[in-house]
Design a binder for this molecule. Structure first.
Ligand code: GEK
Length: 247
């Protein structure tokens, strides 16, 4: 499978359209997310490690907003618990189609992996089965802000005792100086990964209407309001963090 370099915003665009998870993005997605999200490979691999800790026999592990299934693959590398299965859900048909190809490739190279089902659909409309692990890896920030609590509530309801939600997000900061510094450092990270000033500026304008980050305080409050009992930050790099929320 091709792993094309991300050049989507390399040329000046007369009008920058809103960012969409279409075929052009799917083609470059592994390169794009690695060069844009500090800590992404570490987060993905360790979601597998964390999931193995929380896994409970006979339950489901969900990868919500699965894109190309990087988290699903990590779950299948690390979790060996009896009777578990993985359900990956994304509402981009281009992502789902390519994700299935990646998972077929994983199946052809490894034995005894957890069974997996990739569904095309809206995670807001999902009928959940009892789950031990739900991963929202950089997905909640793309959900309409006024639907986020409802989704977290549904996840809380579906988690079995001993399970966990793993939530990774880009953060905004309530302190202006902290927000400004971490934003500048994130731009430096992207520059160091080969993105030009034009690419950085055009990507920012494409994404600002579709991706709405919250602060850590908002996440904590909302998770507690959804019925979670404990929220722990297990990873942060610049303005990107991953949390574990316990039922
Ligand atoms: C990874 N988790 O590589 N229902 C289903 N999918 C959705 C919805 C929705 N309502 N809204 C957005 N998506 C992945 C990365 S990317 C994050 C996740 C990023 C999907 C959308 O189609 C996209 O594939 C994914 O959520 C967000 O670990 O690109 O920054």
């Amino acid at each position: 499978m091709s792993q094309d370099p991300d050049r989507i915003f390399a040329r000046p665009l007369a009008q920058v359209p809103d960012f969409a998870f279409n075929e052009d993005v799917v083609r470059v997605f592994p390169d794009m997310i690695k060069r844009s999200v500090p800590g992404y490979p570490t987060i993905v691999e360790n979601i597998g490690v964390l999931a193995a800790h929380f896994a409970q026999p006979g339950t489901v592990l969900y990868d919500l907003g699965s894109s190309l299934g990087a988290v699903t693959q990590a779950l299948r590398r690390h979790v060996r618990t009896d009777g578990c299965r993985v359900v990956a859900v994304d509402n981009s048909s281009a992502m789902v189609e390519r994700c299935r190809q990646y998972l077929n490739a994983q199946d052809s190279m490894h034995q005894e992996l957890l069974p997996v089902e990739v569904r095309e659909g809206d995670i807001l409309a999902l009928e959940f089965q009892p789950a031990c692990v739900v991963a929202l890896n950089f997905t909640l920030q793309f959900i309409e802000p006024d639907r986020r609590l409802e989704l977290l509530h549904a996840i809380r309801q579906t988690l079995v005792p001993g399970g966990a939600l793993i939530l990774s997000e880009k953060l905004r900061f309530e302190d202006n100086q902290e927000h400004g510094l971490l934003t500048d450092l994130h731009i430096a990270f992207k520059r160091a990964n080969g993105y030009s000033e034009l690419e950085i500026a055009q990507k920012r304008s494409a994404i600002e209407n579709v991706m709405k980050p919250d602060s850590l305080e908002q996440h904590r409050e909302r998770l507690l309001a959804a019925g979670f009992s404990k929220v722990v930050v297990w990873f942060q790099c610049l303005n990107f963090a991953s949390l574990v929320a316990l039922p």
